[in-house]
Design a protein around this ligand. Structure first.
Ligand SMILES: *[C@@H]1O[C@H](CO)[C@@H](O)[C@H](O)[C@H]1NC(C)=O
Ligand SMILES: *[C@@H]1O[C@H](CO)[C@@H](O)[C@H](O)[C@H]1NC(C)=O
Ligand SMILES: *[C@@H]1O[C@H](CO)[C@@H](O)[C@H](O)[C@H]1NC(C)=O
Length: 422
């Protein structure tokens, strides 16, 4: 039955399997004898049981007998101890010769290091490059400019870099890059990670270093996600006027500059330390419709007040709780102050806010008060509110009953507002 399926469908199915299994289908029947050679996506897994050399030879043979008009993707997953990894470079070279569109190289190695071959940073047809490792087992050493002119997606996951220039040289050769995902491992040598890519539309950075800095120049960025930045570094983020969505979760980097560059966003998700949060005067989030703020950093309401004042068109506001750590509560040795409601009702509450969500996960003794006060304030002053949802996960029963009672007794500014408890 399966042999009667159309070839396109069979190839799609076979594309999902490890190539070793695909090759094994060649014994099924005459039709299958050549089918495996035209599967457009190849995936080879080296489990460390057979020698790397045998593995490389098998992969090499398969690649050389590949007959599909286009090799859409090659995924190599290799783990080794400390063997020389020259062979990997040869395999990638063969794949580039076949004009592979997507290369995903996953390397896990206890002691050794695979240096991505310099000559392979020049590949005109490559559209996606993913270098994935867990503790810097892939070295990115790019001493001079490169040419990856079709590359649109680049993922660098915990790779090691030779130096700051290697980052600059690599990215400057990616003239069509639209999507960049970088996860920095805990310690790497890069002091300033420079991302200057005019074509970039999506940028995701997960930073685990403790003191490195960033320079980000991506004027056409539409989506930005930053996580980490818990070190003492800095971030220079140039204005991104086309930005639509940003999700920023940073600990101690001074966030002023970042926040001030996000003013064109429609969706913002913020988990930043408002103790340090100041904001360039006069900046307004004209387009911001959807705002999410995490409420487990010390004095998070400073950020809320600031954002309400500068986001005249806000329609959806979500306050997301979480588990507060001691550090969060006494951030930088500071005890929490108290929320003070703004003198004037912000424009967004008067004219636009329709949805309010308060999600409390766990609360420390006495600390639910702030969320509650903010919730009451929103109910009392948001004239266009349609729905207020309260979801509590780990709040004790007594607190919960009190909270429900208190909020239900609030006289709402919007008579049509529905109050929902989840
Ligand atoms: C970052 O970590 C390294 C290695 O543990 C340490 O030597 C260095 O002092 C740390 N830097 C900062 C600023 O904490
Ligand atoms: C923002 O990022 C955090 C951390 O990855 C995630 O939990 C959250 O769902 C994201 N928020 C949005 C709106 O995507
Ligand atoms: C918000 O509403 C409450 C209750 O109606 C009112 O007492 C308070 O003055 C309002 N806030 C402002 C700034 O007008």
């Amino acid at each position: 039955m399966i042999s009667e399926l159309p070839e396109a469908l069979l190839l799609q199915i076979l594309s999902l399997l490890p190539t070793e299994d695909v090759a094994a289908t060649s014994v099924l029947s005459k039709r299958w004898r050549t089918l495996w050679k035209v599967v457009p996506k190849l995936k080879f897994i080296h489990d460390g049981l057979t020698g790397l050399q045998t593995f490389s030879e098998n992969v090499g043979k398969t690649l050389l007998s590949h007959k599909a008009p286009v090799l859409q993707s090659l995924h190599l997953l290799v783990s080794f101890d400390k063997e020389a990894s020259m062979d990997l470079g040869v395999l990638i070279g063969i794949a580039f010769g076949l004009h592979v569109r997507e290369l995903k190289l996953e390397v896990y190695c206890e002691e050794g290091l695979f240096t991505f071959p310099r000559s392979l940073y020049n590949c005109e047809k490559l559209e996606t490059l993913k270098l994935v490792t867990s503790c810097g087992s892939i070295l990115v050493d790019v001493p001079s400019s490169v040419c990856l002119k079709s590359l649109r997606t680049l993922l660098l996951h915990e790779v090691e870099y030779k130096d700051d220039e290697s980052v600059v040289n690599l990215l400057s050769g990616c003239v069509s890059l639209e999507n960049l995902v970088v996860k920095r491992k805990r310690h790497d040598v890069v002091r300033t990670f420079t991302i200057a890519v005019p074509s970039l539309q999506r940028l995701t950075i997960t930073d685990q270093t403790n003191d490195s800095s960033y320079v980000i120049k991506a004027p056409f960025l539409k989506y930005l996600k930053i996580q980490g930045f818990s070190g003492l570094g800095s971030c220079l983020f140039e204005n991104a006027p086309e930005l639509v969505e940003a999700n920023i979760s940073i600990d101690y980097v001074i966030s002023e500059n970042i926040l001030g560059s996000l003013t064109s966003a429609k969706h913002l998700s913020l988990n930043i330390s408002p103790v340090e949060c100041t904001f360039p005067a006069g900046k307004i989030f004209h387009q911001l419709a959807h705002l999410e703020i995490c409420t487990y950093k010390a004095e998070w309401w400073n950020l809320l007040t600031l954002m309400l004042d500068t986001s005249p068109r806000l329609r959806v506001l979500k306050l997301i709780g979480g588990t507060r750590t001691r550090w969060d509560i006494y951030s930088g040795g500071m005890a929490w102050g108290k929320w003070i409601q703004p003198k004037n009702v912000p424009e967004c509450l008067l004219f636009h806010l329709e949805t309010f969500v308060l999600s409390v996960w766990t609360c420390h003794k006495g600390k639910l008060g702030d969320e509650k006060e903010v919730a009451k304030y929103v109910l009392k002053n948001a004239s266009r509110l349609k729905k207020a949802t309260l979801s509590k996960n780990d709040v004790n029963l007594e607190e919960r009953v009190k909270l429900v009672d208190e909020l239900e007794s609030v006289v709402r500014a919007s008579s049509s507002c529905q109050l929902v408890f989840e």
